[in-house]
Design a binder for this molecule. Structure first.
Ligand SMILES: *Cc1c(COP(=O)(O)O)cnc(C)c1O
Length: 395
């Protein structure tokens, strides 16, 4: 990372002049908090006593045997309170908000999972919380809207533009410009302007740090590959951060291929996007020839982010990580496999990472360890999966 949060040509702070001050204040506060043992102690205590960390690693014995190759090992973020990795980050940011004397949290959400994770910590710390959500997403994601409301958050339906995630992002930024004195903007992935990509990675690196230690304890060595799905890229960056300096550990990010890159209906920003500016950051994103953001598509709503964290673009360019694509049908097949062979119902997002491991395993020896980040549990996806299966029955 270079000053001002650049990863090679990516990242930076592409925001209205009025936000440069608040971003500088945030960067300074985060820098101090990061080095303050008291802040770190409080963060770790909540992760342990509220989230239930550490999350275990689980060897997939039956699935690996069936595939007849490498051994697949899961990092179990699905076992966290709220059922996914997102809460690691919202706890970190909410604690920072409190430390900065901010009184109110805001967030934007697409599928609603980050909204729920933010509403959760707002309740935990006793802060009011407004969550911006595209009006179309409010309809599509009714159960998560109800969860947020149950937790005491206000959900603001955004009618502007295409009434989806990118419009909600714009509204959240607008709110922050107006209210930055008392309001903290909680971003849900390793995207956005500096210092967010760094901050979110640091809060999520507990995933990689734990998994590294757990692999050493259990196998006496590091995994050969660390595989994670990439929406905005926070669970992947959290996993990768633990292994970045271990050059022999292959890092693999998996993007949502939807109906295939050629179809244009996907959410693969690195594999199918172009350089642009989104959400205050220079990054690879899905856009039209004249630079309008394209609405993404994936069977898994949580991977539907039109951009990707800038650090991933840099890891891709430098060759430290590789980024593959898994389509809807492959993710659904992997979902079924994990349910039937291991008794674990994974999130559809995580099923993309698992599908990549399932593809690779048969070509590799049994001694090879493929560590897959199981970013969340699949209870939220039941309706979606049933609808997909019904639509594709007999195909
Ligand atoms: C939101 C979400 C993702 C995608 O977000 P990243 O920032 O790419 O991690 C992945 N898995 C689950 C379970 C999610 O809820």
């Amino acid at each position: 990372m270079k000053p001002n949060g650049h990863f090679g040509p990516y990242g930076g702070q592409y925001v209205a002049e009025t936000l440069m001050g608040p971003l500088a204040e945030l960067a300074k506060a985060y820098d101090e908090a990061k080095q303050d043992p008291e802040f770190q102690r409080e963060f770790q205590a909540i992760l342990k006593e509220y989230v239930g960390r550490e999350s275990p690693i689980t060897v997939c014995r039956r699935l690996s045997e069936k595939l007849g190759g490498a051994t697949i090992v899961l990092k179990r973020e699905d076992l966290n309170h709220t059922g996914a990795h997102k809460v690691n980050n919202t706890i970190g940011q909410a604690l920072l908000a409190k430390r900065m004397g901010k009184k109110r949290l805001i967030a934007e959400t697409g599928a609603g999972m980050h909204g729920v994770a933010t509403a959760t910590v707002a309740a935990l710390l006793g802060m009011p919380c407004d969550v911006y959500m595209g009006a179309i997403d409010v309809k599509r994601q009714a159960p998560n809207v109800q969860r947020m409301q149950m937790l005491g958050a206000r959900v603001v339906a955004v009618e502007e533009g295409s009434a989806t995630l990118k419009d909600a992002m714009n509204e959240a930024l607008r709110d922050w410009v107006t209210n930055c004195d008392d309001t903290f903007y909680v971003i849900g992935t390793v995207a956005g302007p500096y210092p967010y990509p760094d901050m979110v990675r640091d809060f999520q690196r507990v995933i990689g740090d734990e998994a590294r230690r757990q692999c050493l304890e259990k196998f006496g060595r590091l995994p050969d590959q660390a595989i994670a799905c990439v929406g905005g890229g926070s669970n992947a960056m959290g996993l990768f951060a633990g292994f970045l300096d271990d050059k022999d550990v292959k890092l693999v990010g998996v993007e949502a291929g939807g109906k295939g890159i050629a179809s244009g209906e996907h959410a693969a920003s690195i594999n199918g996007g172009r350089l642009g500016v989104l959400h205050g950051s220079k990054t690879m994103l899905l856009q039209t020839d004249v630079g309008n953001i394209i609405d993404t598509y994936s069977v898994s709503a949580g991977l539907d982010y039109p951009g990707v964290g800038p650090e991933h673009c840099w890891l891709h360019d430098t060759g430290r990580a590789e980024y593959s694509v898994i389509c809807d049908d492959e993710a659904i097949a992997a979902f079924d496999d994990l349910c039937r062979y291991e008794g674990i119902i994974p999130a559809l997002e995580s099923s993309h990472a698992l599908a990549e491991a399932i593809k690779r395993a048969p070509t590799l020896p049994k001694e090879t360890i493929l560590l897959v980040n199981l970013s969340g549990r699949g209870d939220k996806d039941m309706e979606n999966i049933m609808a997909y299966k019904k639509a594709h029955a007999g195909v």
